[in-house]
Design a protein around this ligand. Structure first.
Ligand code: ZN
Ligand code: ZN
Length: 167
């Protein structure tokens, strides 16, 4: 996801709005078992402050995530704000993301790493398919949202279990 700053570079103290759209990279969500269901849409206003390009934007996308309790996949909309700072690189060796600043050359800054970070921050550590998800039965593994197993009633008090074995 790249921003073309060729016009704004020539206009210190001015702002420019950008609308960007790109497909997300599922590798980035692999670790948590998620994937992108739609493209990533970014709206951002960048200001040329004289020596930096400061952007404030919004990122929206739709993710598929596994529920932390029942493991079923569900749709999770991301709609979050983010900020970034960009600066022209002195030479091509400097093109990187350093201390949160994206250094770029040839008038184009690659903002994908900051956008992915914003998406990642928007995902809760415990993501649930619904707030009152009942999760899986710890005994039989059935989804307690759709079936009601009778595991709890069958649980025998360990003290009685001993007596049963004596008989
Ligand atoms: Zn669930
Ligand atoms: Zn059960």
């Amino acid at each position: 996801m790249r921003i073309n700053l060729s016009r704004l570079i020539l206009r210190p103290r001015e702002r420019e709005a950008f609308f960007l759209e790109t497909m997300g990279n599922d590798c980035f969500l692999e670790e948590i078992g998620g994937k992108f269901l739609t493209s990533i849409k970014v709206e951002i206003v960048v200001e040329n402050t004289g020596n930096r390009f400061v952007g404030r934007g919004n990122v929206r996308t739709l993710l598929q995530l596994p529920c932390s309790r029942c493991l079923k996949d569900f749709t999770y909309p991301v709609d979050t704000e983010f900020e970034l700072t960009m600066a022209e690189a002195v030479n091509s060796d400097q093109v990187s993301v350093d201390d949160g600043i994206i250094f770029f050359e040839a008038d184009e800054a690659d903002i994908m790493s900051i956008v992915e970070e914003a998406i990642f921050m928007a995902i809760p550590i415990c993501s649930l398919c619904r707030e009152d998800c009942r999760g899986l039965c710890l005994v039989c593994g059935q989804d307690k949202n759709s079936t009601s197993c009778s595991c709890q009633q069958e649980t025998i008090d360990p003290r009685w279990e001993k007596l049963k074995n004596l008989q």
